[in-house]
Design a protein. Structure first.
Length: 215
């Protein structure tokens, strides 16, 4: 194994381990809340956190998820300056967020971590696709549907960016599609429930500070 390949593999491993950090589980434990894996969807991301812990601590969880996506990509950029390595680290971080080695390979959906990677890779694409996420949730109250359509909007958003900034690295554009595929894969059970009309709706009152419940 050459030095460049070894460095890339090392950075990808760091990214996976960073993505695997179960921020929601850690925050819930520190504040004396319930284990997110035992309530609601059983996932460790921001949506389940706001149900169990309230919006303040859910915001901490979301911030942590963003950082565990952004920091590995920033590290790859600093060490290599290679867009392909950045993308590989982004994929590794999202994979860690979905299949965390620390909590039995079942943690979050990878959305927050994926957004964190894209904020480094191409923040304009995030700004273009974010309204899809927000509007879909407000109209339907399905966070999963908002996540699915918001992530799907990332690829056309990147194509728009490519038209304006033609020197955008090709790996960045490809990543917007690959990252979306990972997030959709993590939402397989949500997709099934959506198709059956059995998906759980999000209580928008929680955003206004309603006391979290497990109902």
């Amino acid at each position: 194994m050459g030095p460049d390949l070894a460095r890339t593999v090392g950075l990808m491993l760091i990214a996976y381990l960073a993505g695997s950090i179960p921020v929601g589980v850690i925050v819930a434990r520190l504040v004396g809340g319930p284990d997110l894996r035992s309530i609601g969807s059983g996932r460790t991301g921001g949506t389940n956190a706001i149900r169990a812990l309230g919006r303040k601590w859910a915001a901490v969880v979301v911030l942590g998820d963003l950082l565990k996506g952004a920091l590995p990509v920033l590290l790859a950029r600093y060490v290599t300056g290679d867009p392909l390595v950045e993308v590989l680290c982004g994929i590794s971080a999202v994979a860690g967020a979905i299949w965390s080695v620390f909590v039995g390979f079942r943690s979050g959906r990878g959305v927050g971590t994926g957004v964190g990677t894209m904020l480094v890779i191409q923040p304009i694409a995030v700004l273009l696709s974010a309204p899809v996420f927000v509007v879909v949730i407000l109209l339907t109250r399905y966070v999963s549907l908002g996540s699915l359509l918001g992530s799907a909007a990332m690829f056309p958003a990147m194509l728009l960016v490519l038209m304006v900034v033609p020197d955008t690295p090709l790996p960045y554009v490809i990543y917007s599609a690959v990252g979306t595929a990972l997030i959709w894969l993590a939402h397989a059970d949500n997709i099934e429930r959506l198709l059956k009309g059995e998906e759980r709706k999000f209580d928008l009152a929680l955003l206004g500070g309603k006391h979290p419940t497990e109902s």
